[in-house]
Design a protein around this ligand. Sequence first.
Ligand SMILES: Nc1ncnc2c1ncn2[C@@H]1O[C@H](COP(=O)(O)OP(=O)(O)OP(=O)(O)O)[C@@H](O)[C@H]1O
Length: 193
Amino acid sequence: MQVRLAATDLACLRGDRLLFRGLTLALEPSDALHITGANGIGKSSLLRILAGLLRPFSGEVHRQGSAALLDERPALDPDQPLSKALGFWAAMDGHDACAQVMRRLALDDLADVPVQYLSTGQRKRAALARVTLQAAPIWLLDEPMSGLDARSRRLVETAISEHCAGGGVCAFASHQTIDTVAARQCELGGYAP
Ligand SMILES: Nc1ncnc2c1ncn2[C@@H]1O[C@H](COP(=O)(O)OP(=O)(O)OP(=O)(O)O)[C@@H](O)[C@H]1O
């Protein structure tokens, strides 16, 4: 799999606040990066910069391969049953792996439940299903473990380790460790001018 995610000398300004600067990273196939730091330090901002959704104040991002971002907005139609909401995106992405991905994330029993009625943990697994269906080699996951019970946590950990074992890369922001991957650490410490 041709995949690489690199960033050079990144700085991020939000409002009038410089969140971080001088951040350089490079992820090769099968690499995982665990982004840590206090609330508001800039983890989500960094993931959005890496995804190409937010312009860095300075520095550059290079992506070889497409990226899928998991954040609070999974872009699943709230009025549709989960299988149809996911199926829409699977069709857009040109494959029919929906049932298989739902099974792997233990979502089959929720196939007929409208997205808006999913619980926090169910919604998180549904969002990861959406990311999985994108078949992008670069995963950018914002708090993939928050709100999950032990069983869901294992499912998500397995999905991430399988993605990396298959040659994908994964950068994730989390206050929790993910036991199944040997992730490098990127601690955002804040910038004191
Ligand atoms: N659109 C915006 N304009 C100005 N400031 C913003 C904007 N979006 C976020 N911020 C600020 O940028 C800072 C970093 O936010 P970010 O969501 O990246 O932090 P985080 O490390 O992911 O936090 P958490 O752990 O709470 O999720 C916060 O102080 C936030 O208020």
